[in-house]
Design a protein around this ligand. Structure first.
Ligand code: GLU
Length: 507
């Protein structure tokens, strides 16, 4: 590795919300930067103004902040390599395009869209469906390589529209070393003369990307595999300018859960999981759901994403962001596409929920429920429920009985466990409870066991009915804890009311 300071960039185009594949690219850039005491930069690549989608830039920054991977430099953030939005750098690019022309690496082309279409059609009729503007065809096109210099100058002076194209060398092997893929060799015969600059004064992605990476002193380009085919052109552009090439690392694709193709925007909601970090509503009012709004913790989301294409080489799976930084290396990023796994994603969230303190969960829970509850009570509810929950919102959903008396009783349990003598057993158990002085979990448990002995019944015959009366459910955490938490008055009231209701139900 060179001794240059590590500076990496995440360079999305503002053409829509950030897909989770994009977040993973940002994450790997962030982890690599932090691991190497480097700088993580956000650059907005908006040279293609026709694809601009309002609100995207704000969305991206908000999503990165939520994930805890905020850029060190970027639009409206900080840094002395700005501006960080390409359209605001517009005036910087012409001189670089001209430099390439002067050096013989680029040329002006005047072919109109109609003329290019006609060429393609003609080629198609001659059974050559993939016509390209390249080292062979350029000699029969209208450009500064074929037209006399006077003509070229006159056309430019008259304001005739033109583009500047890269003069791709013929039959040359371009080699570069990708940190993840090793040596990549591509022959230029398959590459076309890409447009670098348009007479509307805007560079295309390729030119802007290279000029910006150079002027922003980017040391490593870490980006998705879909950019690998562009890398040979980029390498040649560095050579043309006489600049040092940054190191490249092309990340594996994120695949659909069945491994069949790239995970796309539409897949998520169709297959039942979000593909976006946070909710996104299109200008037509269509909602794409996000992990944040579904109730995922950012740490769980990031932990899951880190493992889509990378592994630490040890069995450890739960990593805080700091631990990811400490363990991350590009060398451990896989070449093969990574299959998204919705179940595993939920598993990460469960692990994070369980690892969160009951006190913190209680504060979050308080925001989700009506009414004012004592923090000690909410903390205890979280302690009892968190093993059974994936999201905080599951706690009041699954544990609604902590806040309201049951409105209905689980049918299956009722059918299977409410026998002829159950009404009587529950009535006298309720009476027993009423005599308890200290209404603690231990006392309730002890007294229940004693009661079972007295009536000569097993726990399985009696406990389900007790649960049904207090919670309405067939399953849940410790009944003695629930009963103690609800308190004597509430528990007895629920039991007595419930016995009457159930008798009505089973009549
Ligand atoms: N603007 C490109 C994108 O939208 C960035 C490619 C790169 O990182 O070089 O993904």
């Amino acid at each position: 590795m060179s001794n240059k300071p590590v500076r990496v960039r995440f360079a999305p185009s503002p053409t829509g919300p950030l897909h989770m594949g994009g977040v993973r690219t940002a994450l790997y850039n962030y982890l690599f930067a932090k691991k190497n005491n480097g700088t993580f930069i956000l650059r907005i690549e908006d040279t293609d103004q026709t694809r601009f989608v309002e609100g995207t830039q704000e969305y991206i920054i908000d999503a990165l902040n939520w994930c805890g991977i905020s850029p060190d430099e970027g639009p409206g953030i900080a840094g002395n390599h700005g501006p960080y939005i390409q359209s605001e750098r517009k005036s910087m690019y012409p001189k670089y395009a001209e430099e390439l022309i002067e050096k013989g690496w680029a040329y002006y082309a005047f072919d109109t869209a109609e003329e290019l279409d006609a060429m393609r059609e003609q080629a198609k009729s001659m059974k050559m469906p993939n016509w390209q503007y390249n080292s062979i065809t350029r000699s029969s096109m209208k450009n500064s390589l074929t037209l006399p210099a006077d003509d070229v100058n006159a056309r430019i002076a008259n304001g005739e529209p033109y583009v500047i194209r890269f003069k791709m060398p013929r039959n040359t092997d371009v080699r570069f070393e990708d940190v993840i893929r090793g040596w990549v060799v591509v022959n230029t015969n398959n590459l076309d003369d890409k447009v670098l600059y348009k007479s509307d004064g805007m560079p295309t992605y390729h030119l802007a990307n290279i000029v910006d990476d150079h002027t922003m002193e980017i040391s490593h380009v870490i980006r998705g595999e879909e950019w690998l085919p562009s890398a040979p052109l980029h390498v040649l552009l560095y050579e043309a300018f006489g600049w040092d090439c940054p190191k490249f690392a092309h990340l594996p694709l994120l695949l659909r859960p069945d491994g069949n193709g790239k995970l796309s925007k539409r897949d998520g909601d169709r297959l039942g999981f979000p593909v976006f970090p946070t909710d996104w509503t299109t200008s037509e009012g269509e909602l794409y759901s996000g992990y944040r709004e579904k109730g995922y913790f950012p740490g769980a989301f990031i932990n899951m994403l880190a493992f889509l294409g990378w592994n630490p080489g040890t069995p450890q799976e739960i990593f805080s962001l700091d631990e990811l930084v400490a363990s991350f290396s590009l060398e451990r990023v896989a070449k093969a596409g990574a299959k998204f796994d919705a179940e595993k994603t939920r598993w990460f969230q469960q692990q994070y929920l369980r690892a969160t303190s009951d006190e913190i969960l209680a504060d979050e829970l308080a925001l989700l429920i009506d009414g004012n509850y004592d923090k000690t009570f909410l903390t205890a509810v979280c302690r009892l429920m968190k093993e059974r929950a994936t999201f905080i919102s599951d706690i009041p959903k699954e544990g609604d009985y902590f806040f309201t008396e049951p409105r209905e009783y689980d049918e299956k349990t009722l059918r299977k466990k409410w026998k002829e003598d159950t009404t009587e057993i529950m009535s006298s158990w309720s009476n027993k409870l009423a005599t308890l002085e200290q209404f603690s979990t231990e006392n309730i448990e002890q007294s229940f066991k004693q009661y079972l002995e007295d009536i000569n019944k097993g726990i399985g015959a009696v406990l389900p009915a007790f649960r049904l009366l207090l919670t309405g459910k067939g399953m849940g955490p410790s009944m003695f804890e629930i009963c103690a938490l609800l308190g004597k008055e509430e528990s007895i009231q629920r039991m007595d009311k419930g016995i009457v209701k159930i008798q009505e139900l089973i009549k």
